[in-house]
Design a protein around this ligand. Sequence first.
Ligand SMILES: Cc1cc2nc3c(=O)[nH]c(=O)nc-3n(C[C@H](O)[C@H](O)[C@H](O)COP(=O)(O)OP(=O)(O)OC[C@H]3O[C@@H](n4cnc5c(N)ncnc54)[C@H](O)[C@@H]3O)c2cc1C
Length: 372
Amino acid sequence: MASSPQRIVVVGRGLAGALVAWRFMQRGCRVEWWGDGTHSASRVAAGMFNPVSFRRVVEVWNAGAHLAAMRQTLRELEDALGLKLLHDVPVAKVFANDDYRSTWDDRWPQQHGVCQWASPGEELAEVGIDVLQGPSGVGRVHASGWVDVPALLDGMERHFSDQGLLQGRTWSVKDGLPEGADAVVDCRGVGAAEELAQVGVTVNPNHGDVLTLSTPLTGPGALDTAGHTVNNGKWLLPTEVKEGRQWWRLGATYSWHRLRSTPNAMAAEELRDHMVKALEEGGVEALRAARLEAHQAGLRPASPDRRPTVGPWPGQPKGILMLNGLGTRGVLVGPAMATHLVNWWLDGVNLPPEVQASRFKSVRQKVPGFQD
Ligand SMILES: Cc1cc2nc3c(=O)[nH]c(=O)nc-3n(C[C@H](O)[C@H](O)[C@H](O)COP(=O)(O)OP(=O)(O)OC[C@H]3O[C@@H](n4cnc5c(N)ncnc54)[C@H](O)[C@@H]3O)c2cc1C
């Protein structure tokens, strides 16, 4: 391993690239951050994090370690950039039926790990979220919130631009190691999918739509979730009070069939139609009448086993690295992944086996002898 300070090029100006660029810079490397301005999922993401999987009422992968790494990185970025990026917002999960509530409540006698992040089921009257309706009650997650990813990216771009380290440049793996660089890190999200497929790493584009809405603060049309994100399969996140109105994000759709990042017009109605099922009459009217401020969409870089891939780019010479496959949970898992990559490259710390490219049989077949 060459000694520091190293010259690192990071390609891709989304969340993955920002986190990798930041971590290498923190370690004293000279980092150039490249991007070609093509579509970025990170620019539309709601940025939510939540350590609880609602499908099975279990902790998501490595929840504790990933939350800790996320908070640490966000604190560093907030200090360096002078921005408020992380917002703690509890989630009120509206139970679909009594069976789901039983599964939820059973976690407490089991002393399940999920209990450190959430509370047992409650009746709606107890939690004081008048706008909701749900006969089976709600479960609350208190270790959740959202990160303002576009603000993070804008802040990072200014930070790099001020030092002359931001470049509008395209790169592909056939370009190899940029001249003078010790390493290049491919953080191109779905932009790398075609090339990665050739070496057996699958990055599936997953299309998602998200709406930005606003409602009056009081009077007819006001909507009040008592500071909670509401989740009933879709989610409604209160973000900020701006221009005398409450702003919200409402999302998201998931489609494997739409391969373009343009918004799906049908999704706007689909999202409202789903969310109103969790609201009482006044809430339904308010959500229907909410002003549509934006309708955005993007392509999540998803992997077949829902784990990112971190480390050397299979079949390429030393120094060509990658971080991809952040999928639906980039905010929660990205910071820990960036730290793994940097500690592996600079210090030789082993990468966790579950994020190595060699875990895929397709990689072992297409690139015989490849080792992470
Ligand atoms: C609707 C929606 C809602 C979401 N909500 C959440 C959420 O609430 N919480 C959460 O954790 N995640 C969420 N996500 C997922 C999140 O967006 C991703 O996990 C994350 O943003 C992926 O980041 P990335 O940097 O890998 O990819 P991207 O953000 O897509 O970045 C890739 C970058 O590479 C650049 N690029 C591509 N090709 C080239 C090239 N040849 N040369 C140079 N640059 C190139 C692109 O311009 C882009 O800047 C959501 C996604 C969508 C679509």
